[in-house]
Design a protein around this ligand. Sequence first.
Ligand SMILES: NC(=O)c1ccc[n+]([C@@H]2O[C@H](COP(=O)([O-])OP(=O)(O)OC[C@H]3O[C@@H](n4cnc5c(N)ncnc54)[C@H](OP(=O)(O)O)[C@@H]3O)[C@@H](O)[C@H]2O)c1
Length: 273
Amino acid sequence: MTESSIAFIGGGNMATCLIQGLLAKGHSRQSIRVSDINADACKRIEDMYQVAAISDNVAVSKDADVIVLAVKPQILLAVVKDLAPQLTSPSVIVSIAAGIPVKQIVKCLGKNASIVRAMPNTPAMVMSGATGLYANVNVLSAQKATIEKIFGAVGYTCWVEDESHIDLITAVSGSAPAYFLLIFEIMQNVAKELGLPVEMALDLITQTALGTAELAQSSSLNMHELRRQVTSPGGTTEAAVKTFQDRGIEDLFRKAMANAVRRSREISHDYSA
Ligand SMILES: NC(=O)c1ccc[n+]([C@@H]2O[C@H](COP(=O)([O-])OP(=O)(O)OC[C@H]3O[C@@H](n4cnc5c(N)ncnc54)[C@H](OP(=O)(O)O)[C@@H]3O)[C@@H](O)[C@H]2O)c1
């Protein structure tokens, strides 16, 4: 089977992660092309990955099997409009822009366009990302398999049947690295106030987070049961957990994640075609 040719439009953080993952999984350099408006970004990509990078979105996407739109949401539709005249039906367009629905891209490309919406997250930088994917009806199963390979190269993937679930995934995993980092930052600051060296606190916190995630993934117990297991009545963990619960941690998370979903839906109205 011939290797799919992949064009990245926008060579920033997310595109770089995906290119790095693809190369690590053995995808050939010759099958990857990048276009970025910024000449420095092109040079950085060429130097780091020996992948062709130029500032010409139309030339780079010509005849590509997969075109990954890795630009900011506010310019995505302008980029799509520029590409529209030369796009051929076998290409599948993958948008990773937060909040831009498939129907907005269809408005620029027509109803026959094959479009995938992806919601990756930043742990993709260390090949431990999590990506939610949605495909419109025109995307063939072979194309879905190719898309799965691209995002699978940098971590876990899952498909959703209902596009509105991408807004939910944005709140659950797309934005979630920042939730965990906020918690790490607070814990590190408090550990320092309590008297631990900052570096040691960071090592302890991040190792504990890694280990807890691994435990949660590998255990047959659910989250509640696992937590009960480490919470002895009258012990230290119970004292801390009770403080979180008495101060309404669950309600806080419910509100925060609902706000992320709301914002994801609002963005689609902010940047309509
Ligand atoms: N980072 C995340 O956590 C994350 C998670 C999920 C989804 N996403 C989505 O991923 C997309 C890309 O994010 P990112 O963090 O990779 O952004 P980024 O680092 O800013 O990369 C975007 C790149 O595209 C370039 N660019 C701007 N206009 C262009 C144009 N017309 N044609 C070609 N290239 C152009 C930018 O150049 P300039 O810098 O010169 O403008 C920049 O190098 C966004 O839509 C974001 O919503 C990001």
